[in-house]
Design a protein around this ligand. Structure first.
Ligand SMILES: O=C(O)CCC(=O)C(=O)O
Ligand SMILES: [Fe+2]
Length: 230
Protein backbone atom coordinates (compact mmCIF):
# COMPACT_ATOMS: atom_id res chain seq x y z
CA UNK A 1 0.00 0.00 0.00
CA UNK A 2 2.69 2.39 1.01
CA UNK A 3 4.67 1.64 -2.10
CA UNK A 4 1.75 1.95 -4.43
CA UNK A 5 0.68 5.24 -2.95
CA UNK A 6 4.19 6.50 -3.57
CA UNK A 7 4.45 5.36 -7.13
CA UNK A 8 1.01 5.74 -8.60
CA UNK A 9 -1.47 8.55 -8.88
CA UNK A 10 -4.93 9.01 -10.20
CA UNK A 11 -5.58 11.68 -12.77
CA UNK A 12 -9.07 13.07 -13.08
CA UNK A 13 -10.52 13.56 -16.51
CA UNK A 14 -14.11 14.14 -17.45
CA UNK A 15 -14.83 10.44 -17.51
CA UNK A 16 -13.15 9.47 -14.27
CA UNK A 17 -9.71 8.58 -13.08
CA UNK A 18 -6.92 6.34 -14.26
CA UNK A 19 -3.63 5.31 -12.84
CA UNK A 20 -0.29 6.77 -13.78
CA UNK A 21 3.07 7.09 -12.13
CA UNK A 22 3.59 9.95 -9.75
CA UNK A 23 6.38 12.12 -11.13
CA UNK A 24 9.72 12.13 -9.32
CA UNK A 25 9.46 15.83 -8.48
CA UNK A 26 6.72 15.13 -5.98
CA UNK A 27 7.58 11.56 -4.94
CA UNK A 28 11.33 12.02 -4.42
CA UNK A 29 12.96 15.25 -3.32
CA UNK A 30 11.25 17.11 -1.71
CA UNK A 31 8.87 14.17 -1.33
CA UNK A 32 5.70 16.16 -1.02
CA UNK A 33 3.51 13.06 -0.75
CA UNK A 34 5.36 11.67 2.28
CA UNK A 35 5.51 15.05 3.96
CA UNK A 36 1.78 15.57 3.55
CA UNK A 37 1.17 12.06 4.79
CA UNK A 38 3.28 12.87 7.87
CA UNK A 39 0.83 15.62 8.87
CA UNK A 40 -1.66 12.84 9.71
CA UNK A 41 -4.42 14.58 7.79
CA UNK A 42 -4.91 11.49 5.59
CA UNK A 43 -4.70 8.92 8.39
CA UNK A 44 -8.32 7.89 7.89
CA UNK A 45 -8.33 8.04 4.10
CA UNK A 46 -8.52 4.89 1.92
CA UNK A 47 -4.78 4.92 1.14
CA UNK A 48 -3.66 6.78 4.26
CA UNK A 49 -2.00 9.28 1.96
CA UNK A 50 -2.80 11.46 -1.03
CA UNK A 51 -2.57 9.49 -4.29
CA UNK A 52 -3.71 12.20 -6.64
CA UNK A 53 -2.51 15.70 -7.54
CA UNK A 54 -4.02 18.38 -9.73
CA UNK A 55 -1.68 21.21 -10.72
CA UNK A 56 -3.34 24.54 -11.43
CA UNK A 57 -1.60 27.55 -12.95
CA UNK A 58 -2.97 31.02 -12.29
CA UNK A 59 -1.85 34.14 -14.10
CA UNK A 60 -2.30 37.40 -12.16
CA UNK A 61 -5.99 38.25 -12.58
CA UNK A 62 -7.09 34.63 -12.63
CA UNK A 63 -8.84 32.89 -9.78
CA UNK A 64 -11.21 29.99 -9.39
CA UNK A 65 -14.93 30.36 -8.87
CA UNK A 66 -16.45 29.22 -5.59
CA UNK A 67 -17.05 25.48 -5.75
CA UNK A 68 -16.99 22.28 -3.75
CA UNK A 69 -14.45 19.58 -4.56
CA UNK A 70 -17.19 17.00 -4.27
CA UNK A 71 -17.57 13.40 -3.17
CA UNK A 72 -15.14 11.72 -5.62
CA UNK A 73 -12.41 12.24 -3.07
CA UNK A 74 -11.88 11.46 0.56
CA UNK A 75 -12.90 14.77 2.16
CA UNK A 76 -9.44 16.19 2.76
CA UNK A 77 -7.44 18.32 0.34
CA UNK A 78 -3.89 19.53 0.94
CA UNK A 79 -3.02 22.55 -1.19
CA UNK A 80 0.58 23.57 -1.76
CA UNK A 81 1.03 27.11 -3.14
CA UNK A 82 4.05 28.00 -5.24
CA UNK A 83 5.18 31.24 -6.87
CA UNK A 84 2.64 33.68 -5.48
CA UNK A 85 0.31 34.27 -2.61
CA UNK A 86 -3.47 34.03 -3.03
CA UNK A 87 -6.29 35.13 -0.83
CA UNK A 88 -8.37 32.01 -0.46
CA UNK A 89 -11.98 32.25 0.72
CA UNK A 90 -14.38 29.70 2.18
CA UNK A 91 -18.09 30.36 1.67
CA UNK A 92 -21.23 28.98 3.19
CA UNK A 93 -24.64 28.30 1.70
CA UNK A 94 -27.48 30.49 2.75
CA UNK A 95 -29.94 28.51 4.83
CA UNK A 96 -33.04 27.23 3.02
CA UNK A 97 -32.70 29.40 -0.03
CA UNK A 98 -33.10 27.58 -3.29
CA UNK A 99 -32.14 29.37 -6.48
CA UNK A 100 -33.30 26.78 -8.97
CA UNK A 101 -32.61 23.24 -9.98
CA UNK A 102 -29.61 21.51 -8.46
CA UNK A 103 -26.45 22.25 -10.40
CA UNK A 104 -22.81 21.30 -10.10
CA UNK A 105 -21.69 24.41 -8.32
CA UNK A 106 -23.46 25.35 -5.17
CA UNK A 107 -25.92 22.49 -5.71
CA UNK A 108 -28.49 25.06 -6.83
CA UNK A 109 -28.37 26.76 -3.47
CA UNK A 110 -27.67 30.40 -2.75
CA UNK A 111 -24.20 31.16 -1.45
CA UNK A 112 -23.29 33.95 0.96
CA UNK A 113 -21.08 36.55 -0.70
CA UNK A 114 -19.19 37.15 2.51
CA UNK A 115 -16.62 34.46 3.18
CA UNK A 116 -16.88 32.63 6.49
CA UNK A 117 -13.11 32.31 6.53
CA UNK A 118 -10.26 33.80 4.51
CA UNK A 119 -6.74 32.47 4.46
CA UNK A 120 -3.70 34.17 2.99
CA UNK A 121 -1.87 31.39 1.18
CA UNK A 122 1.82 32.26 0.95
CA UNK A 123 4.21 30.79 -1.60
CA UNK A 124 5.57 27.47 -0.26
CA UNK A 125 2.71 27.17 2.21
CA UNK A 126 0.40 24.22 2.70
CA UNK A 127 -3.24 24.51 3.70
CA UNK A 128 -5.32 21.45 4.54
CA UNK A 129 -9.06 21.69 4.08
CA UNK A 130 -11.06 19.13 5.98
CA UNK A 131 -14.25 18.64 8.03
CA UNK A 132 -17.22 20.82 7.26
CA UNK A 133 -15.08 23.24 5.25
CA UNK A 134 -14.67 20.37 2.80
CA UNK A 135 -18.07 18.73 3.03
CA UNK A 136 -20.50 21.62 3.32
CA UNK A 137 -18.71 24.80 2.29
CA UNK A 138 -17.37 26.16 -0.96
CA UNK A 139 -13.99 27.70 -1.67
CA UNK A 140 -12.63 30.07 -4.27
CA UNK A 141 -10.10 32.71 -5.25
CA UNK A 142 -11.14 36.06 -6.74
CA UNK A 143 -10.03 37.03 -10.27
CA UNK A 144 -7.70 39.84 -9.17
CA UNK A 145 -4.25 41.11 -10.10
CA UNK A 146 -3.68 42.29 -6.54
CA UNK A 147 -5.21 41.57 -3.16
CA UNK A 148 -6.19 44.33 -0.82
CA UNK A 149 -5.22 43.08 2.59
CA UNK A 150 -7.34 44.44 5.43
CA UNK A 151 -5.35 46.30 8.07
CA UNK A 152 -4.35 44.45 11.21
CA UNK A 153 -5.22 41.23 9.45
CA UNK A 154 -8.90 41.43 10.24
CA UNK A 155 -10.66 38.37 8.96
CA UNK A 156 -7.45 36.68 7.80
CA UNK A 157 -7.65 33.46 9.77
CA UNK A 158 -3.93 32.65 9.56
CA UNK A 159 -2.68 36.17 10.35
CA UNK A 160 -0.55 34.85 13.21
CA UNK A 161 0.95 32.02 11.18
CA UNK A 162 2.45 33.96 8.29
CA UNK A 163 6.13 33.46 7.56
CA UNK A 164 6.96 35.96 4.80
CA UNK A 165 7.88 39.56 5.61
CA UNK A 166 5.90 40.96 2.66
CA UNK A 167 2.70 39.30 3.81
CA UNK A 168 3.30 40.20 7.45
CA UNK A 169 3.88 43.85 6.57
CA UNK A 170 0.78 43.99 4.38
CA UNK A 171 -1.25 42.59 7.23
CA UNK A 172 0.22 44.91 9.83
CA UNK A 173 -0.57 48.11 8.02
CA UNK A 174 -3.14 47.07 5.45
CA UNK A 175 -1.79 47.02 1.95
CA UNK A 176 -1.74 45.61 -1.50
CA UNK A 177 -0.17 42.30 -2.40
CA UNK A 178 0.42 41.96 -6.12
CA UNK A 179 -0.28 38.55 -7.53
CA UNK A 180 2.37 36.79 -9.56
CA UNK A 181 2.02 33.54 -11.43
CA UNK A 182 0.86 30.96 -8.95
CA UNK A 183 0.93 27.20 -9.12
CA UNK A 184 -1.10 25.14 -6.74
CA UNK A 185 -0.72 21.43 -6.17
CA UNK A 186 -3.96 20.08 -4.77
CA UNK A 187 -3.34 16.68 -3.23
CA UNK A 188 -6.18 14.30 -2.48
CA UNK A 189 -6.96 10.64 -1.96
CA UNK A 190 -9.21 9.16 -4.60
CA UNK A 191 -10.42 5.66 -3.89
CA UNK A 192 -11.70 4.50 -7.25
CA UNK A 193 -9.26 4.48 -10.10
CA UNK A 194 -9.91 2.73 -13.41
CA UNK A 195 -7.36 1.00 -15.56
CA UNK A 196 -4.99 3.05 -17.65
CA UNK A 197 -6.50 5.24 -20.34
CA UNK A 198 -4.37 5.92 -23.43
CA UNK A 199 -3.01 9.46 -23.47
CA UNK A 200 -4.93 10.42 -26.62
CA UNK A 201 -8.22 9.44 -25.00
CA UNK A 202 -7.23 11.25 -21.86
CA UNK A 203 -6.64 14.45 -23.82
CA UNK A 204 -9.93 13.97 -25.64
CA UNK A 205 -11.69 13.70 -22.27
CA UNK A 206 -10.21 16.97 -21.17
CA UNK A 207 -10.97 18.83 -24.35
CA UNK A 208 -14.47 17.52 -25.02
CA UNK A 209 -17.21 19.83 -23.90
CA UNK A 210 -19.67 17.51 -22.26
CA UNK A 211 -22.37 19.64 -20.73
CA UNK A 212 -23.77 16.69 -18.81
CA UNK A 213 -20.60 16.45 -16.78
CA UNK A 214 -21.32 17.93 -13.37
CA UNK A 215 -17.69 18.98 -13.01
CA UNK A 216 -17.49 20.88 -16.27
CA UNK A 217 -17.54 24.48 -15.01
CA UNK A 218 -14.78 23.88 -12.50
CA UNK A 219 -12.66 21.63 -14.68
CA UNK A 220 -12.91 24.03 -17.59
CA UNK A 221 -11.71 26.80 -15.32
CA UNK A 222 -8.89 24.61 -14.13
CA UNK A 223 -8.06 23.47 -17.64
CA UNK A 224 -8.01 27.10 -18.83
CA UNK A 225 -5.31 27.73 -16.33
CA UNK A 226 -3.44 24.56 -17.17
CA UNK A 227 -3.12 25.45 -20.82
CA UNK A 228 -2.31 29.07 -20.07
CA UNK A 229 -5.36 30.68 -21.65
CA UNK A 230 -6.14 34.15 -20.41
O1 LIG B 1 -5.53 26.67 -6.48
C1 LIG B 1 -6.08 26.55 -5.40
O2 LIG B 1 -5.57 26.91 -4.35
C2 LIG B 1 -7.45 25.93 -5.33
C3 LIG B 1 -7.73 24.98 -6.44
C4 LIG B 1 -9.03 24.26 -6.24
O3 LIG B 1 -9.86 24.66 -5.48
C5 LIG B 1 -9.28 23.02 -6.98
O4 LIG B 1 -8.48 22.64 -7.84
O5 LIG B 1 -10.30 22.37 -6.70
FE1 LIG C 1 -11.34 23.17 -5.11
Amino acid sequence: MENSSKSEAAVVGYAGQFVQTIPFFVAEYPNIMERIKATGAFNGSPHGSPNHIIVNEYQPGQGIMAHEDGPSYYPVVATLSLGSHALFHYYQYRPDEDVGSPGPIGRGRAVDNDPVLSVLLEPRSLVITTGSLYTSHLHGIDDLTEDLVPSAGHKIANADLLGGSEAKEALRSGGILKRKIRYSLTCRDVERVATRVPFREYLAMWYTEDSSDPWLPNRRAVLGKRVGQS
